[in-house]
Write a protein that binds this ligand. Structure first.
Ligand code: PEP
Ligand code: MN
Length: 375
């Protein structure tokens, strides 16, 4: 068993943290050849390979299992790269520790289950090995945070998270939709957490990998997990999203890495000026919105006195058309304009409902009404 003093946590200090390797370990040669080519890029700092594969359907390849452990040990010896595998059961952890696996990761299908996570956290008590927790397949930030907290409570000092997108029925663009606001909120709640992105499982294909990887870097993610294979088309799992180590190198070279903080005084000054202007505009927007609601209150009173309904679909359509007619000039998207007016309408309805029912408009209770109102 690996004890605290041998902790590999410095692996997480590397920025960017680039994890790559095949979706699944298939043969000893495939694992070793892929790892050698990845090591030769000089850009990868952790080698991945799945040994136990959580597959959606039975009768598909479910991983080579523990026979792959010595292959990974060999990868470490030959290439010097530390190695990581997915663990989903206490018995996987026991085997991983026995074979000197450096980092563990938790798959999306395991993160959803607090019983499994607790079993894993208990198996890791007294062991300090870095661990990465993928987001659950469903959009539930508390479930993701809860999994991370179970490992922290078990005493692990290096716990990071991986954004791999979320299952969504009918989404044809992505295999797992990247709901960027979820990892952003995760980072807001836990500013110190290591957060990396897994474009491979988000995209499910090769064409969008670069775009998604760049997006995550622009948002301040600290690294990437990208699946690679010596012969991607013939991979035994996730063939369509894997790339060659050569392509990986090209992709990493083309990515633009950004800093979250800048120490250059001139740049910081310019940034502060721009941020001040944004704060100023936000204040104005809120004041204007409040004035708009006061007008809605007046109209609500008028409707009440004249016994008119709040809902006036014709007027709402007019407002939308006016807004949509301006999107191009204002460089705003149609989608944003629609969401903006919808939000304003819901708030106006709430105000007018209160006016109609003799209650004063108040500011704390959110409206649940979905009707569209004239105001
Ligand atoms: C994987 O990394 O190969 C994997 C199974 O990922 P996920 O848990 O994100 O589906
Ligand atoms: Mn995979």
């Amino acid at each position: 068993m690996k004890r605290k003093e041998e902790n590999n946590s410095k692996i997480f200090n590397q920025k960017p943290l680039i994890i790559s390797g095949p979706c699944s370990a298939e043969t000893e040669a495939q694992v070793l050849e892929t790892a050698k080519l990845l090591a030769a890029t000089g850009m990868v700092n952790l080698f991945r390979a799945g040994l136990w594969k959580p597959r959606t359907r039975p009768d598909t390849f479910e991983g080579v299992g523990e026979i792959g452990l010595p292959w990974l040990k060999n990868v470490k010896e030959v290439t010097g790269l530390p190695v990581t595998i997915e663990v989903a059961k206490a018995s996987h952890i026991e085997k991983a520790l026995e074979f000197g696996i450096d980092v563990l990761w938790i798959g999306a299908r395991t993160t959803v289950n607090p019983f499994s996570i607790q079993e894993l956290a208990d198996a890791l008590r007294g062991v300090d090995i870095p661990i990465l927790v993928k987001n659950p397949i469903n959009v539930d930030i508390d479930l993701w945070a809860g999994a991370m907290e179970r490992f922290l409570k078990a005493g692990l000092s290096s716990v990071g998270v991986i954004h791999r997108g979320f299952s969504s029925y009918g989404n044809i663009e992505y295999r797992n939709a990247p709901m960027w606001h979820i990892p952003i909120e995760m980072k807001r709640r836990y500013p110190e957490i290591l957060m990396i992105c897994d474009p491979s499982h988000i995209c499910g294909n090769r064409t969008m990998l670069q775009k998604v990887a760049q997006r995550s870097i622009d948002l301040g993610f600290s690294g990437l997990m990208l699946e690679s294979h010596i012969d991607p088309d013939n991979a035994w799992s996730d063939a369509s999203q894997q790339i060659t180590p050569f392509r990986l190198k090209e992709m990493l070279t083309d990515l633009i890495w950004r800093r979250e903080e800048d120490t250059d005084d001139e740049f910081l000054f310019a940034l502060t000026q721009l941020r001040n202007s944004i704060d100023h505009l936000d204040d104005e927007l809120l004041t204007l919105l409040s004035q708009r609601m006061q007008l809605a209150d007046k109209i609500g009173l008028y409707k009440k006195e004249n016994n008119m309904t709040i809902l006036q679909t014709k007027r709402y359509n007019e407002i939308l058309q006016r807004g949509l007619g301006r999107v191009q000039d204002l460089s705003l998207s149609k989608d944003f304009m629609l969401r903006y007016f919808n939000a304003i309408h819901l708030e106006s309805i709430r105000h007018q409902n209160l006016v109609m029912n003799n209650d004063k408009p108040e500011t704390t209770q959110p409206s649940s009404s979905k009707e569209h109102a004239e105001n």
